[in-house]
Ligand binder design. Structure first.
Ligand SMILES: O=c1nc[nH]c2cc3[nH]c(NCCN4CCCCC4)nc3cc12
Length: 376
């Protein structure tokens, strides 16, 4: 089966499971490094394997814009094109359209927008974003949805939610009738919307569940709402969503956000933070966050994190990494990204171990004390 729920922690809603794709099995809770344009910035697929990444995220919007899904199809699909033979999840593009430029126009058919590259007009429909993801060959595809801005009026959230449900219904019908392009199975997830209105969230979840998807994303969060609202809505959604299906909280997040959401029953995460922060000189460690550019690391011979087994921590000092940043050396980006992605994957692997031992909550409280510090 696609998702095997192995165990739920007896003291919380935290779960340990396995996602079975044709590009390998993925132990959950899982973090998906973001590879927007067909590459996880500064890392090669070899680096990704070395840090045990089992699934990465690609963006339908960006790959459609450049180099185009037809070209990628001619190249044999995204896995072959980018040299990655493990799993890929692609976001459907609705969110990117909103976050990249002022929205052109949304109507019942889809989203009309201008390319951020050359200003040309395009229209994302439920059908088109599915065709793009079929050409890409993603193992997990997302339906076209509308992510309402935060805050939204109740009326806007209601209307937007109706659109997202209609688009999900169309996508489900299109998907049920097709053969995969490259021989490997592709799975289609729905996306729960409804803003911060619990009754609309319930309406969304139940309508999507009736359409019977293999997995459910919780969308419309991590868009500027207060953290406690994000966790409250997440907790509310996981109460309703099917226990035996994976839950994916889109765009989350900082290490502590991920641990809080795991406790509330979320299985899958993606976020640009580990890769983006690495490129800006901020790394996450078991002793807290560290700004490597800081002068205090000028002669620090210690590794980024003495408890870390990654290539960066086993071979280089904080002083060297700080030098690379100051000298604008590309290697600095790669080494810090290797470490941060390794840290996120290590964190969710430790979470899984704690869940299987039924002590997730106490483990989480202990590790949060350390990783939320700032290393001076
Ligand atoms: O509702 C969504 N539908 C489709 N994709 C999404 C992606 C999302 N990504 C986020 N938040 C990303 C937050 N991230 C934090 C670090 C800096 C860059 C932005 N919310 C999302 C909601 C959605």
């Amino acid at each position: 089966m696609f998702f095997d729920l192995k165990h739920t922690d007896v003291n919380s809603k935290a779960r340990a499971g396995v996602l079975n794709t044709d590009h390998g099995s993925i132990e959950t809770p899982i973090f998906m490094p973001v590879g927007t344009q067909g590459t996880v910035k500064a890392l090669s697929p070899r680096d990704l394997k070395e840090v045990n990444a089992s699934i990465i995220l690609g963006n339908t919007y960006h790959l459609y814009m450049r180099p185009g899904h037809r070209l990628i199809e001619k190249m044999g699909g995204l896995h072959r094109f980018m040299g990655w033979d493990r799993a890929i999840l692609t976001d459907s593009g609705g969110f990117q359209v909103f976050s990249l430029k002022e929205l052109r126009k949304i109507d019942d058919e889809g989203i009309l927008f201008q390319s951020h590259l050359d200003g040309s007009y395009h229209k994302f429909t439920p059908q088109l974003v599915l065709e793009i993801q079929r050409s890409l060959g993603s193992d997990i595809m997302m339906v076209l949805d509308e992510c309402p801005p935060y805050p939204s009026t109740r009326d806007y959230a209601l209307k937007s939610n109706q659109l997202t449900i209609d688009w999900a219904r169309q996508a489900r019908e299109i998907f049920s009738g097709w053969q995969p392009l490259y021989g490997h199975r592709q799975w289609l997830f729905a996306i729960v919307q409804g803003g911060t209105f619990k009754d609309i969230r319930e309406q969304s979840a139940r309508a999507l569940m009736e359409l019977d998807f293999p997995g459910y994303a919780i969308g419309g969060l991590a868009v500027g709402e207060p953290k406690d609202e994000m966790f409250d809505i997440t907790d509310f959604c996981t109460e309703i969503l099917p226990e035996q299906k994976p839950r994916y909280l889109m765009g989350v997040g900082m290490p502590d956000d991920i641990l809080e959401a795991i406790e509330r029953g979320v299985d899958m995460f993606d976020c640009v933070i580990p890769t983006r922060n690495a490129r800006n000189g901020t790394v996450f460690t078991t002793e807290g966050k560290m700004v490597l550019k800081s002068a205090r690391f000028k002669e620090d011979t210690k590794p980024v994190d003495a408890n870390c087994q990654c290539y960066t921590c086993k071979n280089f000092s904080r002083a060297y990494l700080r030098h690379l940043y100051n000298a604008n050396e590309i290697l600095g980006l790669t080494l810090a990204t290797i470490h941060n992605v390794h840290f996120y994957l290590w964190l969710v692997r430790q979470a899984r171990k704690a869940i299987l031992q039924d002590n997730y909550v106490s483990w989480k409280e202990r590790i949060l004390q350390k990783i939320t510090r700032v290393v001076e």
